[in-house]
Design a binder for this molecule. Structure first.
Ligand SMILES: Cc1cc2nc3c(=O)[nH]c(=O)nc-3n(C[C@H](O)[C@H](O)[C@H](O)COP(=O)(O)O)c2cc1C
Length: 341
C-alpha cells in the first residue's frame, strides 16, 4: 500500500505531506475508524518503568505533536505512542520552509520549533483516549520563556498532562528552541530535575498514580558529558532516558545541497551516532533505570542492534516516512525474535 502512496507523498513538500497524513489519520481517529488501519500489533509484552508495553516499538515524539492521531498510530501496530512536544502556550514555530527530506541519505532536516496548539488544547484530546497501548506525552518550553523560567513551563505541562499520560518525557534536546539544550548540563539540569521530581511526587499523592518521567537527550555530547548527565538523572530519581533527539552535526551529509539548512538531522544518518550513545548510556546507567533507544532505527537489523546494545524499548520517526508503516511490524517482530531465541 505505501509503495503506491509514497510517490504521491513525495511529490508534495515535506510539510504538506506531513499535514495531509496527520489530517487523514486525525479524521480516522475522530470518527473512531482507526481500527480500519489495524496492522495486527505484534504481541510482545514487556514491563518497563512499571508499565506494561504491548510491544517494544514506539512512535517517537514530533509526528503527532498535538495528540490528534495517536489512536490511528497505535492501530498501525506501535506498542506505544509519544505525542508532543507540547508547550504551555500555543506557538506557530519557525517560518516555513522548515522541514526537508534528504532522500539520498534517507534523512530529514527539521527546524519546526515546537509548533503546537498548546497544552490546554491537548488535554481534552488525551482525555478521550480509547487505545490500550502506552501513551507518552513529551513536554517542552515556549520559545519566549527565559532560561530562568524554563522550569515553570515544564511544571505547568507536567501538571496538566499528568492525569492522562502513562509516562511524561521532558524534552531538553531539541536544537530548534534557542538555549534548550543548555538545560542538559550542570546546575540548570540539577535544579530542573529537582523541581520536576518534587512535582511528580506531589502529583502522585494527589492522583494516587505514579507517572514515570523520562528525559530526552541530544546526541551531540562528548562521551564524558553523556555519562555525567546520565548520573545526574539517576541521582535525581528520574525513571528513564530517551536517546537520542536529532543531531546538529552535518558530517553524514557533507556536500549535499541541503547540508547548510539549520535544524536537526535525523534518519539513517543517525543510526551509528545514536547506537553509540545508547552503548555509553547503558554502561553508565548500569540497569538502574531503562533506556529508550531512538535515532536512525530504520529496519529489523538496526532495531535488533539497539535492543542488543541494551535499550529496553525503541522508537521510530524518520524511517517511517521512507519505509512506511510496514516497518513497525518488521521491527517489532525482529525485537520479539530476540527474546524467542
Ligand atoms: C520533523 C521532526 C519533528 C520532530 N519533533 C520533535 C519534537 O517535537 N519533540 C521531540 O522530542 N523530538 C522531535 N523529533 C525527534 C524525533 O522524536 C527523534 O528523536 C529523532 O528524529 C531521531 O529518530 P529518527 O532517526 O527515527 O527520526 C522530531 C523529528 C523530526 C524528523
Amino acid at each position: 500500500m505505501y509503495s503506491y502512496l509514497k510517490p504521491l507523498m513525495f511529490s508534495m513538500s515535506a510539510e504538506t505531506a506531513h499535514d495531509v497524513t496527520i489530517d487523514g489519520l486525525s479524521a480516522l481517529s475522530r470518527l473512531g475508524l482507526f481500527k480500519l488501519l489495524n496492522q495486527a500489533r505484534v504481541s510482545d509484552p514487556y514491563e518497563c518503568m512499571g508499565l506494561n508495553f504491548p510491544n517494544r516499538v514506539g512512535l517517537a515524539a514530533g509526528l503527532d505533536k498535538n495528540a490528534v492521531a495517536y489512536e490511528a498510530f497505535a492501530a498501525l501496530g506501535f506498542g506505544f505512542v509519544e505525542v508532543g512536544t507540547v508547550t504551555p502556550r500555543p506557538q506557530l514555530g519557525n517560518p516555513k520552509p522548515r522541514l526537508f527530506r534528504v532522500p539520498e541519505h534517507k534523512a530529514i532536516i527539521n527546524r519546526m520549533g515546537f509548533n503546537n496548539d498548546g497544552v490546554d488544547a491537548m488535554v481534552p484530546r488525551l482525555a478521550r483516549r480509547q487505545f490500550d497501548g502506552i501513551l507518552g506525552v513529551n513536554i517542552g518550553k515556549n520559545k519566549d520563556t527565559s532560561a530562568e523560567d524554563a522550569y515553570k513551563d515544564y511544571l505547568e505541562c507536567l501538571e496538566k498532562v499528568y492525569p492522562y499520560a502513562d509516562y511524561v518525557t521532558v524534552n531538553l534536546s531539541s536544537p530548534n528552541t534557542p538555549g534548550l539544550r543548555d538545560l542538559q548540563f550542570g546546575d540548570a539540569l540539577k535544579g530542573l530535575l529537582a523541581e520536576l521530581k518534587n512535582a511528580q511526587l506531589r502529583l502522585k499523592g494527589e492522583t494516587g498514580r505514579y507517572v514515570p518521567m523520562t528525559i530526552k537527550l541530544a546526541p551531540d555530547m562528548a562521551e564524558e558529558d553523556l555519562i555525567g548527565v546520565a548520573n545526574q538523572i539517576v541521582e535525581a530519581g528520574l525513571d528513564g532516558i530517551i536517546a537520542t533527539n536529532t543531531t546538529i552535526d552535518r558530517t553524514a551529509i557533507a556536500g549535499h545541497p541541503l547540508e547548510n539548512e539549520a535544524g536537526g538531522l535525523s534518519g539513517e544518518v543517525l543510526t551509528t551516532v545514536s547506537q553509540n550513545c545508547a552503548k555509553t548510556l547503558v554502561k553508565a546507567l548500569d540497569g538502574k533505570i531503562p533506556l529508550i533507544g531512538v535515532g536512525g532505527i530504520c529496519d529489523d537489523d538496526s532495531a535488533e542492534e539497539r535492543i542488543k546494545a541494551g535499550a529496553d524499548l525503541i522508537q521510530i520517526y524518520s524511517a517511517l516516512i521512507y519505509e512506511g508503516p510496514g516497518l513497525i511490524k518488521e521491527c517489532a517482530k525482529a525485537v520479539k525474535a530476540l527474546r524467542d531465541d
